[in-house]
Design a protein around this ligand. Structure first.
Ligand SMILES: NC(=O)c1ccc[n+]([C@@H]2O[C@H](COP(=O)([O-])OP(=O)(O)OC[C@H]3O[C@@H](n4cnc5c(N)ncnc54)[C@H](O)[C@@H]3O)[C@@H](O)[C@H]2O)c1
Length: 311
């Protein structure tokens, strides 16, 4: 059992991770400002602190919790919002993260695990599937800020010996996903479809993404605390799926057509994205276990149960 702090632990991936860490027998504390997360997602066995990662309250939390490891997932996750207000995105994703790092350094944290992005960080990469060694040139401020924080992690290790691992997630989907999110397309399409409402498709639908199910991502996060790998690890399914294919897969799983309106592509959006996940296999002994068909089925079942409970 160890003492673990999870920032963003009321969010989609963070709350699923907290459930897993608690099931593994760890003592978990959560920091989240609930800007997109929900308190009812936080496992009742975790200690919950409602706080902004950039605030001075963080110091008190580190003092009283004394975590051995930290998972840093709190973030502004919407690419379009980062384009509309890069200063705010920087304040949360760089300065907020830096406040967490400073507290890790001051309060004896041994390791920090960071949820970076394997989508926005590589920009429009020529190498598909993209490996971790491909030089990242993000085409969004969100991607730049994730990359910047990766560099801080490496510097904190070199200067202060704070251990770290970076996971670069593909497009994560599954139950509890925030529907305004970076990778929310499956969540949005499914939520609207089960309610009988229309979804908006930005661009021609031929843009591709690598979609990975949340339980697979959380398994990779859990494995990361026990390994020695100071570097970046892609976490994805390793296959490329277009939005048009996603629409078809959801329709197939639902057994009915979904209503989709078309709109121009968003600023900062990439055309193609797919990750080479060989390093995850080598270092973490991890590969995705849930295929798209199964993941979509599970997400639809969850969305229907939420509607039945009127949540
Ligand atoms: N969902 C994806 O496909 C995806 C892909 C790549 C990377 N990521 C990264 O994974 C992490 C989790 O993303 P998610 O999809 O679960 O999103 P999410 O929005 O559900 O989770 C983010 C959480 O951070 C909290 N938060 C935001 N700003 C905060 C602040 N200033 N102080 C404290 N808490 C704050 C939110 O309330 C939310 O609970 C993020 O770092 C995101 O960048 C996600």
């Amino acid at each position: 059992m160890s003492k673990i702090l999870v920032t963003g632990g009321a969010g989609f991936i963070g709350s699923t991770l907290v459930d897993k860490l608690i099931a593994e027998g760890h003592r978990v504390a959560v920091i989240d400002d609930l800007s997109s997360g929900r308190e009812d997602y936080v496992n009742p066995a975790a200690k919950f602190y409602r706080a902004d990662i950039g605030s001075s309250e963080i110091e008190e939390i580190f003092k009283s919790e004394k975590p051995e490891s930290v998972y840093h997932l709190a973030a502004q996750i919407e690419v379009p919002k980062s384009m509309a207000d890069p200063v705010r995105d920087n304040r949360i994703n760089v300065l907020g993260g830096l406040n967490i790092l400073e507290n890790c350094r001051r309060h004896g944290v041994k390791k920090i695990i960071f949820s970076s992005t394997g989508g926005a960080i590589y920009g429009d990469a020529e190498e598909i599937p993209t490996t971790e060694s491909f030089p990242p040139y993000p085409v969004s401020f969100y991607g730049i800020h994730k990359l910047t924080f990766e560099k801080y992690l490496n510097c904190y290790y070199q200067v202060y010996g704070l251990d770290y691992t970076i996971l670069r997630f593909a497009n994560v989907y599954g139950p509890r996903q925030f529907k305004g999110g970076e990778a929310g397309v499956i969540a949005i399409f499914i939520d609207n479809a089960v309610k009988g409402s229309a979804s908006v498709q930005y661009g021609d639908g031929r843009q591709t993404r690598d979609f990975v199910y949340v339980d697979d991502v959380v398994r990779a996060l859990s494995l990361s605390k026990d390994i020695e790998c100071r570097g970046e690890i892609n976490i994805g399914l390793g296959s490329e799926t277009s939005l048009l294919d996603i629409r078809r897969d959801i329709e197939k799983a639902l057994g009915q057509p979904i209503i989709v309106k078309e709109a121009p592509a968003k600023e900062g959006e990439q055309r193609r994205s797919c990750l080479n996940c060989q390093r995850a296999k080598n270092v973490l002994d991890w590969e995705a276990a849930v295929n798209l068909e199964e993941g979509i089925k599970r997400t639809i079942a969850w969305a229907k149960s939420r509607i039945a409970q009127d949540l």
